[in-house]
Ligand binder design. Structure first.
Ligand code: ATP
Length: 351
């Protein structure tokens, strides 16, 4: 089911929380709402679920406006960060609860509960109580409870943030598998950019109740629409620059570290002030002084698969990741680090 959000506005008291948000979430898409705490992503999800009425704007499920449809008639399955399982019910009873609320005939229920528990691989623990389960298992039950009603859309509100790092990775795989199997339109709220990058078909990055960028993970990471998005989705080192020329061969930019060439980018005219950004993993030690600058090694942080170098160039420090590091370099070493034209971030600098 496609979900269309048109000019949606919502405030609490005098505080505007969502400011005319418009989004098209495609049928079967795993769509992420990503942003820092307080940006309005949970509010948006709750509006889609029907827990809050919008101040203005529309929410459409397919072609149908659902603004006036109560939550239990929207046929969405919701999963919360804190699982929200009933402690006095067994796993199976928790899952059955959704069917009870929807008055599904008793004869059908057993089979549906078994199916939903099988989807999340929890059949064996059907008679346990939630407090006999690990966090990951509890979240699987919450997923089964959302899926048992055969929803038209699945709404996930920070579903993994109560889990430890290892379980989070495991549950990411689980959500990816479930989504591939069920092809259910899914809206997933998180502030964890790695979760969004690794799972999303597309994502909307929100800030201050506004969509800053809508796109697939690679586009958002490699071609962020603003410095806010660039910094929220990953690390970057920035320097001020000015466009010297821009054509089909690329954009030439002057900075105080020297000249850099980026792959062609739209909308950058000569003399435009820009920010030039280097992702730490895009900077690599090089012998060639082309699209490169020299820095002095200040600090190293060996992490096994990579080594973080902190370099100073002028008054600024830059972070650079070296893959598969072999030999240790002493602080004070002078290093030239370069960047591929396509890896350079270039954003208009608004004075
Ligand atoms: P978080 O990751 O911290 O949950 P979020 O991006 O999901 O953040 P929201 O929960 O949507 O943010 O909240 C956005 C803003 O709206 C916040 O400033 C919050 O304090 C406010 N807010 C949310 N719900 C209510 C409410 N029921 N009453 C009043 N203010 C609210």
């Amino acid at each position: 089911m496609q979900i269309t959000i048109r000019n949606l506005t919502k405030g609490f008291g005098l505080t505007p929380v969502l400011k005319s948000v418009s989004l098209d979430i495609r049928d079967g898409e795993l769509f992420f709402l990503l942003g820092p705490s307080g940006c309005g992503k949970t509010t948006l999800l709750r509006l889609v679920a029907g827990f809050y009425p919008p101040d203005s704007g529309e929410i459409l499920f397919g072609d149908r406006c659902v603004n006036d449809v109560p939550p239990h008639r929207r046929n969405t399955g919701m999963v919360f960060q804190n699982y929200a399982l009933w402690p006095h019910m067994t796993v199976a009873q928790n899952v059955e609860y959704g069917l009870d609320v929807r008055r599904v005939p008793t004869a059908e229920r057993g089979q549906r509960v078994r199916e939903a528990l099988a989807m999340v691989r929890m059949e064996e623990l059907a008679s346990r109580s939630p407090n006999q389960l690990s966090g990951g298992q509890q979240q699987r039950v919450a997923l089964a409870r959302a899926l048992v009603i055969r929803p038209d859309a699945l709404l996930l509100d920070e579903p993994l943030s109560n889990l430890d790092a290892r379980l989070r990775l495991e549950m990411r795989d689980e959500i990816r598998r479930l989504h591939a199997e069920l092809k259910l339109t899914t809206v997933y709220v998180t502030h964890d950019q790695k979760e969004a990058l690794s799972l999303a078909d597309r994502m909307a990055v929100l800030q201050g109740g506004v969509v800053e960028q809508l796109g697939d993970p690679r586009t958002v990471y490699r071609r962020p629409a603003s410095r806010f998005v660039a910094d929220f989705i990953g690390e970057s080192n920035w320097v001020e620059g000015e466009v010297l020329s821009s054509d089909v061969t690329g954009v030439r930019i002057r900075t105080r570290l020297g000249e850099f060439l980026s792959s062609p980018r739209a909308g950058l005219l000569p003399a435009v002030p820009v920010w030039v950004g280097f992702r730490p993993e895009a900077l690599h030690p090089t012998e060639v002084r082309l699209n490169a600058f020299e820095g002095e090694l200040r600090q190293t942080n060996y992490l096994g698969e990579i080594e973080e170098y902190v370099l100073s160039a002028g008054t600024q420090v830059f972070k650079c990741f070296v893959q598969n590091p072999e030999r240790a370099l002493p602080p004070g070493t002078l290093l030239t680090v370069g960047v591929r034209p396509d890896d350079l971030l270039v954003l208009p600098r608004i004075a």
